[in-house]
Design a protein around this ligand. Structure first.
Ligand SMILES: Cc1cc2nc3c(=O)[nH]c(=O)nc-3n(C[C@H](O)[C@H](O)[C@H](O)COP(=O)(O)OP(=O)(O)OC[C@H]3O[C@@H](n4cnc5c(N)ncnc54)[C@H](O)[C@@H]3O)c2cc1C
Length: 498
């Protein structure tokens, strides 16, 4: 059986599922191939940060996910100090603790409802590239191999990506921590209603509530590092937790226990012709800071609309390459931040542990320290490069402003289109020239702002014009639309491969 489709996505993890939904929403045909069966109650990630929730809000599924978990706005850590995140400038001023399978469930339902074709129990074994297409080799249990042919392929197939290997993309880096134990358990005694973590230099433990009576314990001991295939025992986890936290809270009835190691790696290029890499297929790092799934979902949010525009033939020159230009530096920074957090957390000698705890106490008492840390970890401080001389808002995340029609700005983004936004009367008549109605909506902001902004479908500011900006506003709007949304008359999409 041969299937012809615009985009084939390999991997139905959080990255592939968000991407598939965005492509389908834009009217791009999309198949997702996943080697596993659909439902599982095993989870790796459990922290969903504010910027990811905002991205989900711009897709209408954040509230559903929030209802599955526990919002946490403070962190007890390093020597028992409490880091209270200052009020994040977001509708979601917290870390949502929810199992990764809930995020995947919500994203899979969305992708399906928008028309993406999700195929489980479908193993990709290879990929061949041609000037006009990509062919993915697929194996289903008990059936002969077959091909899925597409204009573009996205490897969202995780750390051991088959797609990455098939295109020969290097994945340089190194292992950073060995033999970390993970246990999803019930507890006899509830810990304080926060994420609880501590390290003594010898032992590290973190306990996170899923909000449904289950808890995740992550534990590591400097002098207990058996190979990964040695089964984890509950006694071992409890012992390390006691050493790190002073108590183990009585873990019992484990539903999942495993031992893993963590690596820091990143591909040099996120795009190679018709093949793109996203999520863990492009970058992996330590779980410190809970950044992996969040960064991965935000890769997909950045890529989806650019790939859709390219497939549909209206993307301005170079738009798809901005995926690398914008997301590769973010991935690199996440490797650095999570690496630094890991090093701090696993500090060894007692005098350094004491110094670290004093530094942590001092940092949590200043307003500046928590703000910087919260901005980095929540993803709210991520911004993209802006051209020289651009308005200072260019490349920044857009705030969720109220609109005059009663909606919020993130609700207005749910169509997956650009928004040309300003206060009533600030958009010159005819500022949205004919021919853009299929890609751009207009919105009136119910706030006294002197700025008119072109907002990208991924909720970043493409262009802005304020009272001090040079040049005629109407001309500037037309230039910005051409630069970001292509020419007004939309060319016919390239012919689908037969
Ligand atoms: C212990 C632990 C805790 C973590 N905690 C957090 C956290 O709190 N917050 C956070 O943000 N991140 C966390 N992470 C990281 C997070 O789990 C990953 O970053 C995230 O899952 C990446 O999503 P993805 O979709 O890119 O890849 P994956 O979730 O790995 O999905 C890839 C999918 O591709 C499929 N696949 C692979 N090869 C093939 C093939 N050949 N054919 C078909 N399908 C294939 C796989 O079956 C899988 O479903 C944690 C990781 C670990 C190990």
């Amino acid at each position: 059986m041969n299937t012809d489709v615009d985009v084939v996505v390999v991997g139905a993890g959080p990255t592939g599922l968000l991407l598939a939904g965005d492509l389908a929403r834009a009217g791009v045909s999309c198949v997702v191939l996943e080697r596993h069966s659909e439902r599982s109650n095993l989870t790796r990630a459990f922290a969903v940060h504010a910027r990811t929730l905002e991205q989900l809000d711009a897709r209408g599924v954040a509230d559903e996910l929030v209802a599955t978990g526990a919002p946490e706005s403070q962190l007890r850590f390093l020597g028992g100090h409490e880091l209270r995140f200052p009020r994040l400038p977001s509708r979601f001023p917290y870390v949502l603790i929810t199992p990764q399978y809930e995020t995947e469930r919500v994203l899979a339902a969305r992708a399906r409802s928008l028309g993406a074709d999700l195929r489980y129990d479908t193993h990709v074994t290879g990929l061949a590239r041609f000037p006009d297409r990509v062919e993915v080799i697929v194996r289903n249990e008990g059936q002969p191999e077959h091909l899925v042919r597409a204009s573009y392929a996205v490897g969202a197939d995780g750390m051991h990506s088959t797609v990455r290997d098939a295109i020969g993309m290097p994945f340089p880096g190194k292992a950073v921590v060995q033999s970390v134990m993970l246990a999803d358990v019930r507890l006899s005694q509830e810990p304080p209603d926060t994420l609880t973590l501590n390290t003594t230099g010898e032992a590290f433990a973190l306990i996170a509530p899923f909000g449904d009576g289950w808890f995740r314990i992550i534990a590591w001991h400097r002098h207990n590092q058996p190979p990964e295939d040695v089964p984890v025992s509950l006694e071992e986890v409890a012992d390390v937790a006691r050493q790190a936290l002073g108590t183990d809270y009585g873990p019992h009835d484990p539903r999942w226990m495993s031992r893993f190691h963590s690596e820091e790696r990143q591909v040099p290029r996120y795009r190679d012709g018709r093949v793109l890499l996203a999520g863990d297929a492009a970058h992996v790092h330590s779980p410190a800071g809970g950044q992996g799934m969040n960064t991965s979902i935000q890769d997909a949010a950045n890529l989806g609309w650019k790939l859709a525009a390219t497939v549909q033939g209206w993307a301005p020159d170079g738009l798809l390459d901005t995926y690398q230009a914008e997301r590769h530096p973010v991935g690199r920074q996440v490797l650095r931040t999570s690496g630094a957090l890991l090093k701090i957390g696993l500090t060894g000698p007692p005098f350094l542990v004491a110094a670290r705890n004093i530094a942590a106490a001092a940092a949590t008492r200043t307003p500046f320290g928590p703000r910087v840390l919260a901005g980095a970890i929540s993803g709210l401080s991520i911004s993209y490069p802006a051209p020289r001389g651009a308005h200072p808002l260019t490349g920044r995340r857009v705030a969720d402003l109220p609109l005059t029609d009663g909606r919020r700005l993130y609700e207005a983004l749910r169509g997956g289109r650009f928004l040309l936004a300003g206060r009533p009367g600030s958009l010159p008549a005819g500022s949205l020239p004919a021919g853009y109605g299929d890609r751009v909506d207009t919105a009136e902001v119910a706030r006294p702002t002197g700025v008119v902004a072109l907002i990208r479908p991924d909720a970043y500011i493409a262009w802005a014009h304020g009272p001090a900006s040079k040049g005629d506003r109407t001309t500037a709007i037309r230039d910005a639309l051409t630069r970001w949304c292509g020419s007004p008359s939309r060319p016919a999409p390239p012919r689908r491969i037969v």
